[in-house]
Write a protein that binds this ligand. Structure first.
Ligand code: 5AD
Ligand code: SF4
Length: 528
């Protein structure tokens, strides 16, 4: 059995380079072994390990097919456990995490729990964490420090850490050592186990750790708590690209695509419920369908089918230039409910750096893809992700990034200073660029990008554009907040009844991050 094979490793810490650095298992006493779960007594705390993270195991990607389950149910004994009790959930990181949190909220509310904004009154506190860069992790460790007091004041509180950080060996080790008051650690592959894991944490009073290194199956019918007019829809899980800086292929597992019929049924259902916009999610949506053995159906086919569903707006994130094919461009050019905004992470403008990043395309290929998109969809807006200060990045190579930014004319970008992630290939490369240089490059890059953002907004002055009204502006409830098809933020004065509707506005005052506008006509008139 797998667990038996792993237990001796775990005890000795041998071969677990980073894990044992944080936690010495030599004084761990095995109290019990049952059903693949091992209970240890470690430093005065009882810890039940159902399964633990293991990068090496996670990287071994077998051919075994993924099963899809449609029969999930919250176990009977957990269906009312939360009645009269409160939960508080904090989400860090990307939209995938936000969407996972919707699933956890759905599960908790099926167990009878109610959400609270106030952590002091919560019976369950969950931190859904992000591992993409070190500063994301620092925030969570800082938060755990604050939460210790709440746990001391209210020992019945269940404090859980989940999400991408839990998938890291070193993080689990560090929580065991420095934050032993945490009750529950689980990862990204076993969200559906939340009711069972809560039961174990509540009744055993042990710290319960269950992190799967292998991704397991797809569970289709998990409850989700969605709010507002926009909905996220997962189309696939995981990533097989293994860019050398990136921890995602380890924390999110191998690529698994949801079946088209399940995605289309979900989108139709969301349309029926009155959602106005859906965001299709995947770490690399362009690889959608590559893993189907029985079906030739890719992302372009999926978009072509979703296009026919009566939902006003469809977006997707995030793309990988390598897999962005001609068929997809052809389908996106049909527009309709497919928005003319493409987020196309480039990461660097230097072919040598792209090679070291293992991005599997070079500068010219990226520019050629941009050219093709621009020919097919001349009004498409392109945004991107860029990393500065990758190991060995020279001044000339950074200049190539700046020149690529100018050549493409991105509307906006998420820009990052390279952050070494333990266990990734780049973490083994000499990180030889000073902090000062990294910061200088980031500032220079942002300055260049801002010029383009401003310019692309300025040319919209006096134009009439269609926007989806999303809600009131945070700063001023008299003002409505809306988005253009190209995802630009627009503020204008108008009645609240317009929330959720598509309206025409005239851009009056473009700024770098915001377009001020005025309402042109009300939707009833326009549709008459
Ligand atoms: N350091 C800095 N940025 C990173 N990203 C991913 N990994 C790292 C890292 N180790 C950025 C990439 C990616 C975005 C989601 O985060 O630009 O596209
Ligand atoms: Fe990370 Fe690269 Fe996969 Fe994006 S494509 S999630 S950057 S490995």
């Amino acid at each position: 059995m797998k667990e038996e094979k792993r237990s001796p490793d775990l005890k000795s810490g041998k071969g677990e380079k980073d894990y044992s650095k944080y936690f010495d298992f030599s004084d761990a006493k095995v109290l019990a072994e049952e059903d693949g779960k091992t209970t240890y007594r470690i430093k005065g705390r009882t810890v039940q390990i159902n399964s633990r993270p293991d990068f090496k195991e996670g990287k071994r990607r077998g051919k075994e097919s993924i099963e899809v389950h449609y029969d999930f149910q919250v176990p009977k004994d957990m269906q009312t456990i939360g009645e009269g009790k409160l939960y508080h959930l904090t989400t860090y990181g990307c939209q995938m995490n936000e969407h996972d949190s919707e699933t956890m909220r759905g599960l908790l509310e099926e167990m009878g729990y109610t959400a609270t904004e106030d952590r002091r009154e919560a019976d369950i506190i969950l931190l859904n964490t992000c591992a993409i860069r070190e500063n994301a992790e620092d925030k969570v460790f800082g938060e755990l420090g604050h939460l210790k007091h709440l746990k001391l004041e209210k020992p019945s509180l269940i404090l859980g850490v989940c999400g991408c950080m839990s998938q890291e060996e070193a993080v689990v080790g560090r929580i065991m050592k420095k934050h032993p008051f945490v009750d529950l650690i689980f990862g990204t592959h076993n969200l559906h186990r939340l009711p069972d894991l809560l039961r174990e944490a509540m009744f055993s009073k042990e710290m319960v750790i269950e992190v799967w290194s292998k991704e397991g199956d797809i569970v289709e019918n998990l409850p989700k708590k969605r709010e507002g007019i926009k909905a996220w829809v997962n189309i696939m899980y995981g990533c097989d690209k293994f860019c050398t800086y990136c921890i995602v292929p380890f924390t999110r597992g191998k690529e698994r695509s949801r079946r088209p019929e399940d995605i289309l049924a979900e989108v139709r259902d969301l349309a029926r419920q009155g959602f106005k916009e859906i965001m299709l999610l995947g770490q690399n949506v362009n690889a959608y369908g590559k893993d189907f053995e029985d079906l030739e159906y890719r992302f372009g086919d999926l978009m072509d089918d979703i296009r026919k569903i009566d939902i006003p707006r469809v977006r997707f994130t995030t793309s990988h230039p390598r897999d962005f094919d001609d068929h997809l461009i052809e389908v996106l050019a049909k527009k309709g409910n497919l928005m003319e905004h493409i987020h196309l992470p480039v990461q660097s403008g230097s072919s040598e750096i792209l090679k070291k990043m293992s991005r599997k395309y070079n500068r010219e290929q990226y520019l050629e893809l941009v050219r093709k998109i621009r020919i097919a969809i001349p009004d498409a807006i392109l945004t991107t992700d860029i990393i500065v200060g990758f190991p060995g990045e020279t001044e000339e190579q950074f200049d190539e990034t700046l020149s690529l930014v100018r050549e493409v004319g991105f509307d906006s970008a998420y820009t990052f200073i390279y952050s070494p992630r333990e266990g990734t290939p780049a973490a083994g490369m000499a990180d030889d660029i000073t902090e000062e240089t990294k910061k200088k490059r980031l500032a220079q890059l942002n300055e260049t990008l801002n010029e383009f953002s401003r310019h692309s907004n300025d040319i919209l002055k006096d134009q009439v554009v269609e926007v989806l009204v999303e809600g009131e502006s945070k700063m001023n409830p008299e003002i409505l907040s809306a988005r253009t098809r190209t995802n630009k933020l627009v503020h204008f004065a108008g009645p609240k009844g317009l929330i959720g509707q598509l309206v025409q506005v005239k851009i009056t005052e473009p700024q770098t991050w915001l377009l001020r506008a005025e309402l042109v006509e009300e939707p009833a008139l326009r549709r008459a």
